[in-house]
Design a binder for this molecule. Sequence first.
Ligand SMILES: [Fe+2]
Length: 318
Amino acid sequence: MSALISGLHHITYLTSGAQDDYDFYTRVLGQTLIKKTVFYEGDFPRYHLYFSSDAIGAPGGVTTTISMPGVPEETSGRTPSMIIAYAVPGNALEAWQRHLQGHGIEHGPIETRFGERRLRVRRGLIELDLVEAPSDIRKPNPSPHIDQSIAILGFHGITIPAGDPNAMGAFLTAAWDCETGDVDGSFTRYQQNGGGPAAVIDVWHVADMIAGGWECPPGNMHHAAFAVADDAAQLRTLERLDSRGYADTRPPVHRGYFRSIYVRTPAGAIVEAATSDIGFLRDESRSELGLKLKLPPFFEERRDEFVETLRKIDPLVI
Ligand SMILES: [Fe+2]
């Protein structure tokens, strides 16, 4: 069967405040706000912000945050979260260290995994990596906050912690279009599409890790979405999951800019298959992306109430 899944589409965090999200992703990481909306589930308005490495939110470089102010972050006994790796140009990490220090953002030393230089960045409980990818030719959207010569190009890949790396690897190869690659220490590399941009998955063996469930508190990546072409490919992905014994899934739902299915993997990590056939230009022109609060039709008649509630509980000034 030909591949249904073609690399990362977007990632979604649960966080503690929209203003912090906006400031970190635009001013520190140089991303562009391309959509300002709310979480589609529940009856209570929560900001759902979409940040992109490019101008239009192409799959492979979209980071989203669902803000949950007032909900406590769990700091003890937490399950390790997935760690996204953003691709940056070659020889960019020393400049990134200086940039992060200028913003008071904690970071680690420059390390090497699978021969690639990478830098760990910490934003509270959330950790992310910057990885030098000199062969990545994607063009970032210019940002006033970061020198274009070191700007993030999109996703490089993702690290998934797993207590049983073999079970996670079996999922990736049997149901998620991955090929097994090399081993480096406690990491096994899997790739989609031969390992192009946004198509690298490192399974990280974390001994004695308890696999997480569907719910998690703020300060975590909730899920990582991978790209499928359309509804038909998504349905075939769901059927394949079921036929291979991965039945802890959620059926298709419309997220406004893509359709989504979700599966809880053997590592506990939630992954999604999101369609690439709708996109963020559906309800805003390219020059207007991210400027207005966009609500789904079923919330539109409550716009005034939502705006007032958000202003009180989670003020966001852009
Ligand atoms: Fe998602």
